[in-house]
Design a binder for this molecule. Structure first.
Ligand SMILES: NC(=O)c1ccc[n+]([C@@H]2O[C@H](COP(=O)([O-])OP(=O)(O)OC[C@H]3O[C@@H](n4cnc5c(N)ncnc54)[C@H](O)[C@@H]3O)[C@@H](O)[C@H]2O)c1
Length: 282
């Protein structure tokens, strides 16, 4: 709730479960836009508890879409999809034509959730689109554990003065988007009809190895260090290796281009958690 502490007099908060069709039916009415971000986001949890992931990331998406079809067919939906559905890249950078080959339960369920949105556009003309997010980070992200992304637990450990762990060789390359750039992409997709029925990769022109990201972070938080540790078997089995996106499509169609460098974004993120960590972990 602290993520919205400075907005509370401008928003109405309704805490519901997306698996509740009655709640969805009432919440989608009379809305112009639906930013559909709620999800089970842990890849590891999707392997140990696949049915919860299925119910949230797939079945509940049908509840939401049915609610829109029946109660608000004019709504514009922006669905937060994921680069995970490409699996291990066959080529880099990965564009939207890359084969789909998810390598974990979460990737399969998110793919189905995304495809339902596209289907409801094709069949019912619901104005849905999907953005395939890559590693997104910034103030407000989950940092108390490693369930959302490795960057979360790294940031917590850095603030606590603990070493951060880089799995394997640390040479896997990735791209990252600061949260403000992702929000901008969602707003551009919301207001531009060119996005209707489309999927877009988000991404960045900066591609860094995990070891380079760790080095950057320890320079930004003096007195800390990182360690290379063996890849835990359960994580290695669902790791996608090198990944970075080609985001030409959204740049051409919606004029989106990320503005915040990784260094700037990490400085802002570390500063945020230095100040506010008490609200994010005990
Ligand atoms: N952060 C990333 O790097 C990234 C990358 C790819 C895709 N995504 C997608 O973006 C979306 C947002 O992710 P995030 O990074 O903000 O993750 P997050 O875990 O911080 O946020 C997910 C939110 O969904 C809510 N939620 C979970 N189950 C719910 C349920 N049954 N009913 C209602 N709400 C529920 C959680 O409470 C949480 O607030 C997700 O759909 C995720 O798959 C994120």
């Amino acid at each position: 709730m602290f993520n919205i502490h400075d907005l509370t007099n401008r928003v109405t908060v309704n805490i519901s479960d997306v698996r509740d069709p009655h709640a969805m039916a009432s919440l989608v009415r009379e809305r112009a836009f639906l930013f559909n971000l709620a999800g089970q986001t842990s890849h590891l949890d999707s392997m140990t508890d696949p049915l919860t992931d299925l119910n949230i990331n797939t079945a509940a998406q049908l509840h939401i879409l049915e609610a829109c079809r029946l109660h608000n067919p004019k709504v514009k939906i922006i669905f937060a999809s994921t680069r995970q559905l490409y699996g291990r890249p066959h080529y880099l950078p990965v564009d939207e034509k890359h084969p789909i080959n998810p390598i974990d339960v979460n990737g399969i369920n998110k793919l189905a959730g995304e495809y339902y949105h596209l289907l409801y556009h094709q069949v019912y003309k619901i104005r849905a689109c999907a953005l395939r997010l890559t590693n997104t980070y910034g103030p407000g992200m989950r940092v108390k554990d490693a369930r959302q992304t490795f960057l979360g637990i790294w940031i917590r450990n850095l603030i606590e003065g603990k070493p951060i762990e880089v799995f394997g060789s640390g040479r896997q390359r990735r791209d990252f988007n600061f949260v403000d750039d992702v929000v901008e992409a969602m707003l551009l997709a919301a207001v531009n009809p060119a996005s209707d029925g489309e999927v877009f990769n988000l991404g960045s022109t900066e591609h860094l190895s995990l070891q380079d990201v760790a080095s950057l972070l320890v320079r930004l938080q003096p007195g800390t260090h990182y360690e290379l540790v063996p890849f835990p078997a359960d994580r290695e089995a669902i790791d996608i290796g090198d990944y970075y996106s080609d985001f030409t499509k959204i740049r051409s169609a919606l004029s989106w281009c990320p503005q915040v460098t990784l260094r700037e974004g990490l400085i802002k993120t570390l500063e945020y958690y230095r100040q506010h960590h008490a609200h994010y972990w005990p």
